[in-house]
Design a protein around this ligand. Structure first.
Ligand code: FA5
Length: 373
């Protein structure tokens, strides 16, 4: 800063002359107005408001003026600084408003665009039906039991009283797991039914025993409208003192009422399974025609093929040989068991005419059952 000077020296303080201050101010205002973005505005601020700005340097010269001239020069400089500061603030506000406007345009969300291009997935109806059937039995006090899909031959056949080399073993055509060296069977099989879970349950759980076991089964059946090489069954097993066929029938009737409606009759007809004695196939009265289609002249029923009855699975009293194989005293305990196909139950319940619809993964099929979680 120059030293105080009582004699006005127009050369040394030319920067404070009104024209010069006006010129500096005009230059600053022009630069500020021309700043097209925040960077340019920053440059203009540094150039015209910073420590090296002409107006800042000029104000440092006020002390060099004669005292009578200082006040006026001070006012002029202050007015110039104020004008520059206001211009900077205004330009800053303009640029911010412009940026906000651009953001609104650039980042606009078109709320009319379709939002569900990837429709929510749904659980497979076979899975949800298996859970519903399980829930019916859980409501009666049963527990869920599980077993492996790759099963030991002993559980799938031997312990269930399928004699070795007996044709009964071929009742369910099996996918055998070969030995890694290719030399014959390994003793493992893709389980052909859920009945091995009966054995696993009897060997590991305390008595009395009430379990259901839904799961996948595998057979070398040709794929057609009613058969699949991979399908699901649900197994039921009860072992307790004093159980009879009447208890078995009660369990099945409760299942039929819960799944197909109240008041439908059930029918057990003699059948053969090596692991139950006596054994029966289970049918229920057709839930669509309720047997009416069997009357002479009545319209045909697609669901039961005018038989009046629909077969839903196999059942029986647990063969005492199986109880013994599982270390259970058949003189004290008796048991009943049943096994039903889940795809077949789905087909009967929902009028599905081709089991392949349950396998193909077409969402138009599964979506019809809703998006039940
Ligand atoms: C059995 O598998 C016995 N384990 C059932 C059983 C359990 C009897 C407990 C007694 C006591 P079956 O082979 O009939 O039985 O099969 C039972 C059900 O599985 C059939 O009624 C059918 O609904 C279903 N099923 C069998 N094979 C297939 C297949 N290839 N595709 C779709 N469902 C099938």
């Amino acid at each position: 800063m120059s030293a105080p000077n009582n004699s006005y020296d127009p050369v040394r303080v030319a920067a404070l002359a009104p024209d010069e201050v006006d010129r500096m101010t005009a230059e600053a205002l022009a630069a500020i107005a021309a700043a097209a973005d925040f960077d340019e505005l920053k440059q203009a601020r540094l150039a015209h408001q910073g420590g090296r700005a002409p107006i800042t340097l000029a104000s440092a010269e006020i002390g060099a003026l004669p005292p009578e001239a200082r006040a006026e020069a001070g006012r002029r400089i202050s007015a110039a600084k104020r004008a520059i500061a206001e211009a900077l603030t205004a330009r800053q506000a303009d640029l911010e408003a412009e940026r906000d406007r651009r953001v609104l345009i650039d980042e606009v969300a078109d709320v009319t665009l379709p939002w569900n291009r990837y429709p929510a997935g749904a659980r497979h109806p076979v899975t949800t039906l298996a859970e519903r059937i399980s829930d019916v039995f859980i409501g009666m006090g049963y527990e869920i039991a599980e077993g492996p899909e790759v099963e030991a031959e002993w559980y799938d056949f031997d312990a269930l009283n399928f004699p070795p080399d007996h044709p009964a073993r071929e009742m369910q055509d099996s996918f055998w797991i070969g030995r890694p060296d290719g030399a014959g069977r390994s003793g493992l099989v893709l389980r052909t039914h859920t009945s091995p879970v009966q054995v696993r349950s009897m060997l590991t759980r305390p008595l009395p025993l009430y379990v259901v076991s839904p799961g996948k089964c595998f057979r070398t059946d040709e794929l057609d409208a009613t058969h699949s090489p991979v399908f699901h069954q649900i197994e039921g097993l009860a072992v307790d003192e004093g159980l009879t066929m009447a208890d078995l029938r009660g369990a099945i009737s409760t299942f039929v009422a819960a799944m197909f409606g109240e008041g439908l009759r059930t029918r057990l007809r003699p059948d053969f399974f090596p692991f139950t004695e006596p054994s029966a196939d289970v049918s229920m009265e057709c839930h669509v025609c309720r047997g009416a289609s069997t009357e002479p002249g009545a319209p045909p029923c697609r669901v039961c093929r005018s038989q009046g009855w629909i077969e839903i699975g196999g059942c029986g009293m647990v063969n005492p040989r199986v109880l013994i194989a599982c270390g259970i005293d058949p003189d004290r305990y008796s048991g009943f068991a049943f096994g039903m196909g889940i795809e077949r139950t789905l087909m009967i319940r929902h009028g599905v005419t081709d089991i392949r619809d349950t396998l193909e993964g077409d969402v138009r099929f599964t979506a019809a059952f809703g998006v039940e979680a």
